[in-house]
Each structure stands twice: as C-alpha cells, then as structure tokens.
Design a protein around this ligand. Structure first.
Ligand SMILES: [Zn+2]
Length: 560
C-alpha cells in the first residue's frame, strides 16, 4: 500500500466511525427533551413538536369502556391547566390524538406511542397499556400541565418521537402502613396518583396491626371502635428491647379507620389509574388491636390493649376454631370489597410463646400430629389459604410463611434479605422482592445526623435503590421466572404525616420504578438523575414534598 492508499483507507475508517457515532447519538435518549421515568425500552427521537390546542380532537377506535376510562384520565388532566376540555371526533382530524387497541402487541402493559407534528397515536394490547402510554405522554408535556388552574403562558407541546415500551416485571408495587400512623383517604389517593405517574401497578395497603385496626368490618363493629383507638403513643426511638422505665409516652389518644364506603371510593380511584390495591390483614401475629376488641381470639383471653409502642408482641391469634371463623368472616368482607387476585395475610413476626403455653393450641397440635409451633403456624396459614383459594383468590405472605412448610399456592414477599425469595423461587413459588436494605423506604436516605428520625444505620440512598437488581444471582434462568417483581415498603412508625411519607418515598420510588420497569441494559444512573431533575419540576407543580439531596448536595454526580 502506498501513502495515498493508506490515507484513503484511514479516511474511510474515520468516516465509518463517525457514522456509527451519529447513529448512536440518534438512538440515545436525550434526557432534556425526553425526561421519561421509567426509561422506555425504545425511543426514536424526531424533530418537531405536537401542540395541543382547543381544536385538538381525540379519536378512540374502540368501544372498550376501559380504554375510554384511560383516555378520560388525560382529558381530565389537561382541562384545568389548558382551560379547555378536548373534544372527541369519529375519524381522523387535523390535530388529533388517536387511541386504538392493537392485538399484535404481546405484553399486557406494553404500548406504542408515536408523536408527529400532526397526530399522536397510542396503541396497546390492553387499556392498561394505553394508560401507561398516556403517562409517558404526560411526562413529555410541560410540568405546568399538573396545575389545577389555567396557565395561559405555556405552549402545550410534546416532542415528536416513536416509542415502543413494555415493563420488565409484571409486579411493580408500593406499600403503605396506615396502622402505626393513619393517613386519610385523600392522602391515599394522592399517593396512588403519584404511583400511577411512574407506572407502578400495585398499591399494598397494610390495614391491620398491633397499634390499630383500620378497616371497618360490619360483622365486628368493635374493630372500628376499640380496635382503631390507642390511648397514647410511645415517643422517640425504641424497640421491644427498650427497658420499660426508659419509655416516654405522649399521653395523647390516637385513632383512625376507613369506612367501607371510603375504601370503595379509594379502590375506584385506583382502578381509574390501572392500579390494583392488595389489602393486608395480618395474622397470626401483629394482631393486638383485634385482640383488644375481641379478647376471646387470644390464647390467654386478655385483657389486651391496642399497642402504644412499636415492636413485636407475644400476644397473637390463638388457633381455636373461633379464631378461624372470625378471620374467615373478616376476609369475606375484605374479598367482597377488594377485587384483587391477591390478598396479603401477613404471616411475619409471630412469637410462639403463647402457643407453647396454651392448653388449646398444645392439645390441637397433639391431636393433629403437628410437631412444633412452626408447623402450627404453617397449618394456620394453609388453612387460611384454603379458604381464600375457595373464594377464587390467592395469598401473599411475608417470607416467614416459608417456616414449617409453604402453603401450596402462596406468593412470598422476601423482606429479610433475599434468602426467602431464593428459597421460594427454588420451590417454584412466585416471589416479590422487598429486601429491607434497598426496598424499605422507612430507612434513612442520607446521613442520619441531618435527617428526621428513621430506621437503619446505613442510608438506603437513591443510588443504592437504583442499583438494585431484583433477580438474585443464585437463581437459574428457569427459577428467575418466579421473581414477578419488586416493591417499596413504607412502615410509618416515624412518619406522622403524608408530607413526611412523601419525603421518604420520593424520589426513591422513581428509582425503583426504573428498577422494575426498565430493561437492565437500559439503566444508567447519571442519565436517570438528568431526567429526575426535569420530573422534579413536575413534582414541584404537584407540591410533592420529595427529598432534594440529589438536587442540592455538594457531592456532584459522577460525569457532571
Ligand atoms: Zn392458643
């Protein structure tokens, strides 16, 4: 090769490399123009914008009522801030939003979203997919769209793009404990609305505890008089091991519960956002509030009082038949209210002391060949499972339900690390990952010395949540299929207000949204932070009290 040939060859190589780079640039999401969280599977950027105006028409190419509902969510969202309610048209208009079901799309919540300067098209297999697509559209609109009054200074534009998207996991949940502290229905709706914005599909409502029973049960009215009320609350940090003399109480009665009408209203609100609510009724432990209302349900028959401090309590449900009759009555009302496939029955932190010393429990074990109290707990859960299965539903339990043998159809929530999840998946049971060190948003999110009181010593930072991989390495590809998703848990011992809950949950819930929705290969923390900074403007418009460490800390993100 002479010099000219070498030069020519070199230039060809350079051109080739440049072309690869420009192709890469095209296929990379521009965080500023497309700040979508969780990040979609595929996005092709395009020039130009679609502008919503008074004349924009919606064309819904199906009579499916659920799709109509998803679309009306968008109409209702846009109306206050734009000052106009979008009208419907039968066929293609000049400036249109076209919505259609598309059976060629395979995954339940997947959607196709195309935005050109003339039309927006959303297609999906299901109405839920249409709704998830609408949330993407929402995130691409100016943050002021979230305003509840007209904003005339803003142009309602959406950047052109073609998006094909689907979730990595079928279960993407967030939980809230309303027992240690009670949150009114308005806050529960606000929480659900925020979850919907980031494509969560499940809200786990933790309704019963030692410190309060929070759901009206018509057949047992004392649950919502005696059971929902505690005479005072222990102040400051303490555990079951804190000496009695060192405990300080606030001397203030605390109460709150949801009527069945309020619960129906919240369920409808969640359904309008394609979020399933899973109710949790705790058993056999964490039952002191129920025992205070109906002492015959305990081994010693009381007297009991609703717990006034946090921790684990030795008084639990006895295994007499009358307990099962009570629980089946309660679950019947719960199942009538909640349409969810799953009913959470707790199953965690049940000390065995009372059972060991109970004449009934011990006799029952002997007569039925139950070898120890762990096996008795397993019997308890399996008996309840049988009842719930007979109603066409399935149970979820915390990972303690593995002890003494797993109920045949149970789904396990792995909270004490990942071991329970691994064991359950190996036994071919569905698993939802909620390991304490990454998925517990009641843990500190930053240096405890500058934070309101929370749990844990090592902070569960935003970056730590983002880095979480729900499939444990110990599982084979086949076993990994049993990991159906992950969930954020929010225990409210140290959260008295909705505002404090928001501070603990956001933005960590955005990181977990990306963990559960976005494909593993597409995740990138620095890119996430850039997008979060823009979605933070939306949270500002919604007056969400999210934690701002990542926006204000002097520690800058690597690469900035
Ligand atoms: Zn007993």
């Amino acid at each position: 090769m002479n010099m000219y040939r070498i030069k020519f060859f070199f230039m060809v190589v350079v051109c080739f490399l440049l072309s690869i780079e420009s192709n890469l640039a095209q296929s990379t999401l521009s965080p500023e123009r497309y700040p979508i969280i969780p990040k979609p599977l595929s996005l092709i950027e395009q020039k130009g914008d679609f502008i919503f105006n008074k004349e924009t028409k919606i064309v819904v190419k199906t009579s499916d009522e659920q799709v109509q509902k998803a679309v009306s969510f968008l109409v209702d969202l846009l109306a206050p801030s734009t000052g106009y309610k979008l009208g419907y048209a039968k066929s293609q208009a000049k400036n249109a939003l076209i919505v259609a079901l598309d059976p060629s799309i395979k995954s339940e919540e997947a959607y196709y979203l195309s935005i050109t300067d003339k039309a927006i098209t959303i297609r999906a297999k299901t109405a839920a997919g249409i709704f998830r697509g609408i949330q993407t559209l929402r995130q691409l609109m100016p943050a002021e769209i979230e305003q509840k009054q007209q904003v005339s200074s803003v142009k309602w534009s959406v950047p052109c793009a073609v998006i094909e998207d689907e979730p990595r996991f079928q279960y993407r949940g967030a939980h809230l404990d309303v027992c240690r502290h009670f949150f009114p229905p308005e806050f529960i709706k606000r929480y659900i609305n925020l979850l919907a914005l980031f494509k969560y599909n499940t809200f786990h409502w933790h309704l019963t505890e030692d410190q309060g029973w929070r759901i009206e049960i018509k057949k047992y009215p004392k649950l919502s008089t005696l059971g929902q009320w505690r005479k005072e609350t222990c102040v400051g940090r303490h555990t079951s091991r804190t000496p009695v003399m060192e405990r300080v109480y606030d001397n203030t009665p605390y109460e709150g519960f949801y009527t069945q009408e309020e619960i129906k209203d919240v369920i409808k609100y969640a359904q309008d956002r394609f979020i399933t609510i899973i109710p949790e009724i705790e058993m056999p432990g964490h039952a002191l509030a129920a025992l205070a209302a109906y002492p015959d349900l305990g081994c010693t028959k009381g007297p009991y009082e609703v717990a006034t401090r946090w921790g684990v309590f030795k008084d639990v449900f006895c295994t007499r038949d009358s307990t099962f009759i009570f629980l089946q009555d309660v679950l019947t009302e719960v199942i009538d209210l909640f349409p969810s496939k799953y009913i959470h029955i707790g199953g965690d932190e049940c000390p065995k002391l009372r059972w060991q010393n109970c004449f009934h429990c011990q006799t029952f074990m002997k007569e039925n060949g139950i070898k120890d109290e762990h096996a008795l707990q397993s019997y308890f859960i399996q008996r309840i499972e049988k009842f719930i299965n007979s109603k066409g539903r399935q149970i979820i339990g915390w990972d303690e339900i593995l002890e003494g043998g797993l109920a045949p159809n149970a789904t396990v929530m792995s909270w004490r690390g990942t071991e329970g999840g691994i064991a359950a998946a190996k036994q071919k049971h569905n698993v939802i990952m909620t390991p304490g060190d990454v998925c517990y948003f009641d843990y500190y999110q930053a240096d405890p010395k500058n934070e309101p009181m929370a749990i844990g010593k090592t902070p569960t930072t935003l970056e730590k949540v983002y880095a979480y991989e729900p499939i444990p390495q110990e599982l084979s590809a086949d076993e990994a299929k049993y990991i159906i998703g992950a969930q954020a848990n929010v225990w409210s011992e140290y959260m008295k207000t909705g505002s404090h809950v928001e501070y603990m949950v956001f933005p960590r819930a955005l990181a977990l949204a990306e963990v559960t929705w976005t494909s593993k290969e597409k995740k990138n923390y620095e890119d996430f932070i850039k997008r979060f900074k823009l979605q933070a403007l939306r949270l500002d418009q919604m007056k969400v009290n999210y934690a701002k460490h990542i926006l204000t800390d002097s520690v800058s993100i690597k690469g900035e």
